[in-house]
Design a protein around this ligand. Structure first.
Ligand code: G
Ligand code: G
Ligand code: MN
Ligand code: NA
Length: 253
């Protein structure tokens, strides 16, 4: 069995699962979770999404895969909501090809309806690259999603080519500072200057800032001093299976 056929099978037969990585404030308060897909294949072992997401994009499977993750994430968020955690946002990564090809707003609306989840509990993470290319289309899709009440975050920010002028045109709520800057922000090199510039740009546009890939207390101290609102990374928790995420939730202040 080839990897792509195995992936197709896994997607069709619920062979994937979703894990949840917390996003917290400086005092440990919980804002939400990022949903990340996982695949433990019988034939190939545990395959990284860095490998199978591009494969899904090439093979026309990304729509199905994203629908799977969205359904699981929204169902999970609806469960947490019913348990009294109505303020939590669950974030789902949206691939460029899906963003270009499918009616994303309709897909998202149908999943929200089925899960009975209010739109403000859902955040979509897109990358800077999606705002390039067909700008009019990107703008139209994002406006539609915004009008529904869903939150929009720009993932891996700082690695693409967005300019300030560009960002201002799009209805965005959140910037996620790429891990490559977070990793070096306490080393006294240019990473801290870049991170400071990103935070200041974000705040001038009234966006919240999430630092991703925070691994050490020293990074956290720098990022907190720079004004980042939310933190995500191994310092707090790895991506957790649903039940462990629930335990993390119960332990949060
Ligand atoms: O979870 P991990 O760090 O292994 O993810 C590797 C890459 O795969 C990251 O770029 C992440 O954004 C991406 N990824 C993980 N889950 C999903 C998903 O559900 N959809 C999409 N499009 N990308 C994902
Ligand atoms: O591209 P995106 O930002 O969605 O990718 C998130 C990826 O980063 C996930 O695969 C997740 O497992 C990984 N990740 C999350 N926190 C950390 C961290 O603190 N350190 C490292 N090295 N990777 C992380
Ligand atoms: Mn992400
Ligand atoms: Na990222």
């Amino acid at each position: 069995l080839a990897l792509d056929s195995a992936l197709r099978q896994a997607i069709e037969q619920d062979g994937l699962h979703v894990v949840y990585q917390p996003k917290v404030g400086a005092h440990g308060q919980l804002y939400g979770f990022e949903a990340l897909v996982r695949w433990d294949s019988e034939a190939f072992g545990s395959v990284s999404p860095a490998r199978f997401i591009p494969l899904a994009e090439e093979n026309g499977l990304i729509g199905h895969l994203t629908w799977f993750v969205l359904r699981h994430a929204c169902h999970q968020a609806a469960t947490w909501r019913a348990q009294g955690h109505g303020h939590l946002r669950v974030a789902v990564n949206i691939s460029p090809s899906l963003f270009r090809e499918k009616d994303l707003a309709a897909l998202v609306q149908s999943v929200l309806d089925a899960a009975g989840l209010p739109p403000e509990n859902l955040e979509l993470e897109i990358t800077e690259g999606m705002l390039m290319g067909d700008v009019q289309r990107a703008l139209a899709v994002l406006k539609e999603l915004k009008a529904m009440g869903v939150f929009i975050a720009i993932d891996d920010f700082g690695t693409g080519y967005s300019s300030l002028a560009y960002l201002k045109r799009f209805p965005i709520d959140i910037l996620k500072v790429d891990r490559s800057f977070v990793m070096e922000c306490d080393l006294g090199n240019e990473a801290v200057a870049i991170t400071r510039a990103i935070v200041s740009l974000a705040h001038s546009l009234n966006l919240r800032v999430v630092a991703e890939g925070v691994e050490t207390a020293s990074q956290l101290a720098v990022l907190n001093a720079l004004g980042c609102e939310e933190f995500q990374g191994y310092l707090f928790a790895k991506p957790l299976p649903g039940p462990e995420a629930a335990a993390f939730l119960d332990a949060a202040p």
